[in-house]
Design a protein around this ligand. Structure first.
Ligand SMILES: [Fe+2]
Ligand SMILES: [Fe+2]
Length: 299
C-alpha cells in the first residue's frame, strides 16, 4: 500500500473532529419538511437578488418578486449542490492515498459526510419549493466533469474555499432575516454552522500547500482558481430563473450583470476570500481581470 506519510496527529483536525462530534445536523430529522410555507415570504433576501432595483424589478409586482426569489434561491442552492458533488469527489480522491489513522484524513472523511447530507438537504429544499434544480448551464456542467477528474492540491482547496465563502456570506445574512421563509433560514443556519469547519480546513490546506509550490505550479493554481471563481459566480443564477417568471432571459441576464446593486452583492460575497487568497499568493496579477469579470473583485 502506498500511503502518503503524514503526521497522525494534527491539532486543527482534532479540534474540527471534536466540534463535528458535538454539533452536526441530520437534515432528515432536524428539519420539519412538512411545515407549511409562509404565504408572501421571500425565499431569500430581496436586496441580494440579481435584478434588485433594476428597471425590470421596479416594474414587477411584489408577488412576482417573491416568486422569482423562490427560483433564484433554488438556482443558487442547486449550483452549491453541484459544487459539493465536485468537492466530495476531489476529497475522496485525495483520501485514497492517505493514512486513515491520521486526524486530517479522518476529518476529511467527516467533511465528505457533511457535504453528502448538505446535498440531500439542498435537493430536498428545492423539491419542497416545487421548482427545478436549475444547476449550471450545460457547458459548465461539462467543464466540471473535467475539473473534478483532474483538479487537486492548492487550487482544489482554493476553489472549494471560494464556493464555500461566497455562499457563507449570503447564508449568514439570510438565516437572520425574518422576511425569509423559515425553511430557507433553517437550511442556511445548518449550512453556515457546518461550513465554518470546512473553511477552517480549506484555509489551512491552502496555507500549507502554497509555500511548497514552484513558481510555474503556483501560476497554474492561480489560473485554475480564477477560472473556477468565474464559472461558479456566472452560474449562480441560471437565466432559466428569469424565464420561469415570464421574463426575457437574455435581457434579464444583461440587466443583472450590469446591475450596480448585484455587483456590490458579489463584491461583498467575494471580499473575504479574495483577501485570503491574495495574502497567500493565489490571486496573481495577471488573473485580476478574470477575478473582476467574476464580479467578486470590484473595479
Ligand atoms: Fe456544504
Ligand atoms: Fe463545505
Amino acid at each position: 500500500m502506498t500511503l502518503i506519510s503524514e503526521p497522525l496527529s494534527d491539532p486543527t483536525a482534532r479540534r474540527l473532529l471534536r466540534s463535528s462530534a458535538k454539533q452536526s445536523y441530520e437534515p432528515g430529522v432536524d428539519i420539519d419538511w412538512d411545515a407549511p410555507l409562509v404565504e408572501g415570504a421571500y425565499f431569500m433576501q430581496p436586496e441580494r437578488m440579481s435584478l434588485y432595483r433594476t428597471p425590470i424589478w421596479d416594474a414587477m409586482p411584489e408577488e412576482r418578486r417573491v416568486e422569482m426569489s423562490k427560483h433564484e434561491t433554488a438556482s443558487i442552492a442547486s449550483v452549491g449542490l453541484w459544487f459539493e458533488i465536485i468537492l466530495m469527489q476531489l476529497m475522496v480522491r485525495q483520501v485514497y492515498d492517505q493514512d486513515p489513522r491520521s486526524e486530517r484524513t479522518q476529518y476529511a472523511l467527516t467533511e465528505i459526510g457533511d457535504e453528502c447530507r448538505h446535498s440531500v438537504m439542498f435537493g430536498r429544499m428545492i423539491d419542497r419549493y416545487g421548482v427545478p434544480a436549475y444547476g449550471t448551464p450545460p457547458q459548465i456542467h461539462r467543464l466540471g466533469r473535467g475539473f473534478k477528474a483532474l483538479a487537486g492540491g492548492a487550487s482544489a482547496y482554493a476553489s472549494i474555499l471560494v464556493a464555500e465563502e461566497i455562499l457563507d456570506r449570503l447564508q449568514r445574512e439570510a438565516m437572520k432575516d425574518e422576511r425569509v421563509q423559515p425553511l430557507s433560514r433553517m437550511v442556511a443556519r445548518i449550512h453556515v454552522l457546518e461550513e465554518a469547519r470546512h473553511m477552517t480546513f480549506a484555509r489551512e490546506e491552502v496555507a500549507r500547500t502554497v509555500p511548497t509550490l514552484s513558481r510555474p505550479a503556483r501560476a497554474f493554481h492561480q489560473l485554475i482558481t480564477a477560472q473556477t471563481a468565474l464559472f461558479v459566480t456566472r452560474s449562480l443564477v441560471n437565466p432559466q430563473v428569469y424565464a420561469a417568471v415570464g421574463l426575457d432571459p437574455r435581457e434579464a441576464r444583461r440587466q443583472a450583470l450590469g446591475n450596480p446593486y448585484y455587483q456590490q452583492t458579489l463584491a461583498w460575497m467575494g471580499e473575504r476570500v479574495i483577501g485570503f487568497l491574495d495574502e497567500h499568493g493565489l490571486v496573481g496579477r495577471v488573473h485580476r481581470p478574470t477575478w473582476r469579470r467574476s464580479l467578486l473583485l470590484p473595479d
